[in-house]
Structure formats: structure tokens, C-alpha cells
Ligand binder design. Structure first.
Ligand code: F6R
Length: 608
């Protein structure tokens, strides 16, 4: 949600800021801006509504060779997307970029009568507040920032520069990530490591409550209460190939097609098909602790929540005496839920920064419950705050809609479930089929994607003018249907909802008419015949069904069928979800919409 970049060094700051903002555009893209300072301290502030290319057009008329600057790409929270609301915001001689939300900005604003507010943003209030302590340079910038932040309620990742000292950037974070890139005679900042790739491999991840003064060859970090912090320099793992489109038209298609490789990374060293076992190092639970687990809480938002639901369906099939509760983080954080003894919480997040998920993690930890992260972004806040964890290692997801992370999150959680089952002494003959299917998943995914891509594209084009869709499934195909409907609505804007097949006749069946089409997930298995009867009910009411099945002899008279040829039985729903991903992608392309940056959304939701 929003992106921050900053540069101080000997090179052209505009160049880094623009290239960094382009890399972060997926985080927010309704307006953008940069400010750079000349050696004498003259500021050039350029902002534009819309995406970074609009900013670039303006910059082409205002080329500067300044060596210090900060930039921002915005996803609006306070105030509509417009040039005036875009960051950086100015107050006196200082300029500020900010990710997060200042919750008490209205009260603070009342105390800042000397500043003439131009925007509707909470960020400008923070800029004015910092300036009120800075008093046009009478106090060091770092002190002014610290004094202001002590009055702030909310979340922030910020970067501040002043015309009075064009050699320093002050940064701080609380609840919104900030990374300092350590270069040779240059220091860079970014809210996401992808902006730093190709510039430096060394980074310092700021912690909540820390503030840093950066110059081109010094980094001084302190806490808000002035305790010095000795910085830990870490290696950035992302590489350039991982953040480029690699020949595909869109990041989304690249990320869908990447799944054989990304899942291979998730499985590396963890799955042992030869003896039918799983070995996970990260959770850090002893055999005794694993054996004692009686209850699993799985927490996530959106796609991560769906991954948790699907994994929960699987884990309860092979793990005895365990209850599983998958919850939506934004709800759970405010519930007064009782957590039974011997519970473990799985905290699921691709970005590792989602505000609601992070808040749940902190609440759950307060109750003394062990927390295990199922996270993708290395070094992210959730990854650092959980007691143990399993990184999914899928590499950066740039497209806003989550695809490869979902597949790997499900499998990582199933592997955690298998680890519990092993410790509880479940017979290898029961667990082995799961392990052996997981080991085969990457190659089956490759087959399914390659062999169905064209067919799905053709089918998708038939439904591009529909306004409503219903996704249907039962058992493991039900969370699969939920995830499919989310993917469709978020990128194609087709109103899509998911129902458990068994719920149809309790209400949703009334919807079926010409304006709707239905996607039915029909995996082979015990409940297949029941699901087929449900399909008949829809057909009898004139439903237009697209069936996705792995049953070769499927012969119902539906409008379209995608038959998945696979030897996998247990994890066929994961393969069916690939069809949903391709379907959503191709329908969105057919509608001519922005696939990678759907309206109103941002990749990492660091505000509540
Ligand atoms: C949907 C999507 C979102 C995220 C959700 C959680 O395609 O991307 O629903 O899954 O915002 O994000 P993370 O996993 O980063 O916590």
C-alpha cells in the first residue's frame, strides 16, 4: 500500500527515484511524486495524478542533476487521488513522504494554525507537525521528527528531507516497512526490497519505533526514546529476473505460469517422497510440542484466508484429534474468541505486512499462543514477529492479484499439518499419498497450465460481457470456488460469488437467470455424484455452466468443460484453481482492463 523510495549519494537522484517507483507501482498507483534537492538546497517538487508514466512526462520537462531526493507512489486513504494530495508534502522547508495512516490527524491539525493546509491528507498534518518542532532549522531534523512522532497515533513509514540540509534524509517506521539500502558512497531507501535490486545487495530492515539519519556514507539509527540501535545488515535475496515480466504480457500471467518453479522452491528440502515424510525446520516446535497440538487457528485476509480454509480441509482429513478454525484477520482481531489450551496459530501472509493479520498476530501472542508464519516476503514484519515459520519462497508477486503465493501457502500449511500428524504417530500409509502427491504437484501444475491455456482463453472470451458469476464447489472444492470468485471479481470487475453446492437450494438458486454464468468445480471423489446432482439443479433452471473436472467420463450437457488430465486425486482442487486463475486473467484481457493494477486495490494492505 503506497511505496516510498529515497536516495542520497553521488548519482542522479531522479533516475533512482523514478526506477524505484516503477518497481513499487504495484503497491499503489493513483498518484506519484518526487522531490530532489540541489547542493545549495533548492527543492524541485514534481507530482502527478495517475501512474508513474504521468510523473515521468512531467519530469522530462524538469530534468535535474540533484544527488538527494525522496519519492512516493500513492494508494489513497485520506483525500481523493489528485496532484494536490500526492506526496511529497511540504511544510516550511521540509518535505515528507508517508505510508500508513495518522489516526489522530484531526486533533493534531487543530494545533497547527500556522500552517496553511493545501491537501486533505493526514500526511500533510504530519509534515506540519514535524515543521512545528523544526522551526525552520533551529533544531536538528531528527529531533523534530522524533518529537512529532511521539504525538502521533497510527502507522507510518516516513522519509523526510529539508532544504536547509541537502545531505541528510531522516526515516522512521511504525507498522509500515522501511528498508535502508547500504551502497558505496550512497544510501538508498525503499518500502520494499524490489526497488533496491540492482543497486545494492546489503540492506537494513528498520524496526517499529526506530528512526534513522542517513547521509551518503553514514547511517545512525535510534529508538524514539533515543537509545542507539546497532544495525544488522542483511542480504537482499530478490534478483532482477524475479521482478521483470520475463517475456509475458503481464506480471499476472508470468506469476501464474511460474508456479511449477515457485512451488518447487516451497518444497525444496522439505518433502521426502522416498520415505513419505516431511521435514520442516522453520516452525521450531519440538516433537513433544507438535504432539500436544489440539487446535489450529489459521489467520489471513483475502487469498491468504482462502488458502487457510483449503489447507484446513486437508489437514483435518489426516490429523487426528485436532480442531481447525480458519479466520478472517480483520474480524478475528476484534473478537473475544476463547483460544483453548494447546493451540498453535498459523499466520498466513504473502507480503508479511498486512495490518489486520499483523494485529491478530500480536493479539494471539499476548495470549501466550505459539505463532507460526506462513509468509513469502523475507524479513517482513510478520516474519520477524512470529515465534517460528515456514517461508513459502515464491519470489516477488508483483501483480496485485495473488496467484503463486496461494498455491504455495496451501501446500506449506498442508506440510505443517503432515509434520503434526507424523509427530502424533499417524501411520505412514495414511500420510504417504499426501506426500507423494505434493512431490508431483510442480510437474502436474506445468502440465495443466500448458495443456489448458488456449482452451481457457477461448472459453473466457465467451463470458466477457456477463456481469454476474457464481462459483460452486463442495469439500476442498468449496474454498477453491471462493478463491476463484475473488480472482474474477478483483481483476475483471464481474460480480462473482462462491457458494457451497449444498447451500444452493437454501437461497442462491433464486439468482440463476440469463445474466449469470456458473463455474462448477467437480473433483473426482466421494462427493462427486452429489455435486453432479447440484449441477443438474442449476441446469434445470437454465444455468450456463462451465465445469472444471478431473473426471474423464464427465458427460453432462453443460456449456463448457475443462477436463484436467492428472494422476493426482487429493490435490486436484489446487490444479482446478489454476484454471480459475487463467480464466480470470483471460477474461480481464478480453475486456481490455488493467490486469496487473486493478482499480481501487493495492498489493500490500498496511492500513486497517
Ligand atoms: C487477492 C489478494 C488479497 C491478499 C490479501 C492478503 O488476490 O491479493 O486478497 O491475499 O490482501 O495479503 P497478504 O497475503 O499479503 O497478507
Amino acid at each position: 500500500m503506497c511505496g516510498i523510495v529515497g536516495y542520497v549519494g553521488n548519482k542522479n537522484a531522479q533516475d533512482f527515484l523514478v526506477s524505484g517507483l516503477k518497481r513499487l507501482e504495484y503497491r499503489g498507483y493513483d498518484s506519484a511524486g518526487i522531490v530532489t534537492l540541489s547542493d545549495e538546497g533548492t527543492a524541485t517538487l514534481i507530482r502527478a495524478k495517475g501512474n508513474i508514466s504521468n510523473l515521468e512526462e512531467k519530469l522530462a520537462q524538469n530534468k535535474r542533476n540533484d544527488k538527494i531526493g525522496i519519492g512516493h507512489t500513492r494508494w489513497a486513504t485520506h483525500g481523493e487521488p489528485s496532484e494536490i494530495n500526492a506526496h511529497p508534502h511540504q511544510a516550511g522547508k521540509i518535505f515528507l513522504v508517508h505510508n500508513g495512516i495518522i489516526e489522530n490527524y484531526k486533533e493534531l491539525k487543530k494545533t497547527l494554525n500556522e500552517h496553511e493546509f493545501k491537501s486533505e491528507t493526514d500526511t500533510e498534518v504530519l509534515a506540519a507537525l514535524i515543521n512545528s518542532f523544526y522551526k525552520d532549522g533551529q533544531h536538528p531534523l531528527t529531533n523534530a521528527v522524533v518529537q512529532a512522532l511521539k504525538l502521533v497515533k497510527g502507522t507510518y513509514g516516513i522519509a523526510v528531507v529539508s532544504e536547509l540540509d541537502p545531505t541528510e534524509i531522516v526515516v522512521a517506521r511504525s507498522g509500515s516497512p522501511l528498508i535502508v539500502g547500504v551502497g558505496h558512497d550512497e544510501t538508498l531507501i525503499a518500502s520494499d526490497a524490489s526497488a533496491l535490486v540492482g543497486h545494492t545487495k546489503q540492506a537494513i530492515y528498520l524496526n517499529d519505533g526506530e528512526v534513522a539519519r542517513l547521509t551518503k556514507n553514514s547511517i545512525e539509527i535510534k529508538t524514539l526514546s533515543a537509545e542507539p540501535v546497532s544495525a544488522k545488515v542483511e542480504e537482499i535475496e530478490t534478483n532482477l529476473a524475479a521482478i521483470q515480466k520475463g517475456g509475458y504480457d503481464h506480471f499476472l500471467l508470468k506469476e501464474i505460469m511460474d508456479q511449477p518453479e515457485s512451488l518447487t522452491e516451497t518444497l525444496r528440502g522439505r518433502i521426502h517422497a522416498e520415505d513419505g515424510t516431511v521435514r520442516l525446520g522453520g516452525p521450531g516446535l519440538s516433537e513433544t510440542e507438535l504432539r500436544k497440538i489440539k487446535h489450529l487457528i489459521i489467520v489471513g485476509c483475502g487469498t491468504a484466508y482462502h488458502a487457510g480454509l483449503l489447507a484446513g480441509y486437508y489437514i483435518e482429513k489426516f490429523t487426528p484429534e485436532i480442531t481447525i478454525e480458519t479466520v478472517i484477520a480483520s474480524e478475528y482481531r476484534y473478537r473475544q474468541a476463547y483460544i483453548p489450551e494447546n493451540s498453535v496459530a498459523l499466520i498466513v501472509s504473502q507480503s508479511g505486512e498486512t495490518a489486520d493479520t499483523l494485529a491478530c498476530l500480536r493479539e494471539i501472542k499476548k495470549q501466550g499462543v505459539k505463532t507460526i508464519g506462513i509468509v513469502n516476503a523475507i524479513g517482513s514484519t510478520i516474519a520477524r514477529e512470529v515465534d517460528g515459520g515456514t517461508y513459502v519462497h515464491v519470489g516477488p508477486e508483483i501483480s496485485v492479484a495473488s496467484t503463486k503465493a496461494f498455491t504455495s501457502q496451501v501446500v506449506a500449511m498442508v506440510m505443517f499439518g503432515l509434520t503434526i500428524a507424523q509427530a502424533k504417530g499417524v501411520r505412514n500409509s495414511i500420510l504417504r499419498p499426501y506426500v507423494s502427491e505434493i512431490a508431483k504437484l510442480p510437474s502436474e501444475i506445468a502440465k495443466v497450465l500448458e495443456s489448458n491455456r488456449d482452451l481457457v482463453q477461448e472459453i473466457a472470451s465467451q463470458y466477457k460481457d456477463f456481469e454476474h458469476a457464481i462459483y460452486l464447489g463442495r469439500d476442498t472444492a468449496y474454498p477453491t470456488a471462493m478463491e476463484g470468485s475473488l480472482k474474477l471479481k478483483e481483476i475483471s470487475y464481474i460480480d462473482a460469488n462462491a457458494y457451497a453446492f449444498g447451500e444452493l437450494k437454501h437461497g442462491p438458486l433464486a439468482l440463476i437467470d440469463d445474466r449469470f454464468f456458473e463455474i462448477a468445480f467437480l473433483p473426482d471423489g466421494e462427493l462427486y455424484e452429489k455435486a453432479v446432482s447440484n449441477v443438474q439443479e442449476v441446469l434445470a433452471r437454465g444455468g450456463k455452466i462451465v465445469a472444471i473436472t478431473n473426471v474423464d467420463k464427465f458427460d453432462l450437457d453443460v456449456e463448457n468443460v475443462v477436463k484436467i488430465a492428472t494422476e493426482l486425486k487429493i490435490f486436484a482442487p489446487i490444479l482446478m484453481n489454476l484454471i480459475s486463475q487463467l480464466f480470470a486473467y483471460y477474461i480481464t484481457v478480453a475486456k481490455g482492463l488493467n490486469v496487473d493494477q486493478p482499480r481501487n486495490l493495492a498489493k500490500s494492505v498496511t492500513v486497517e
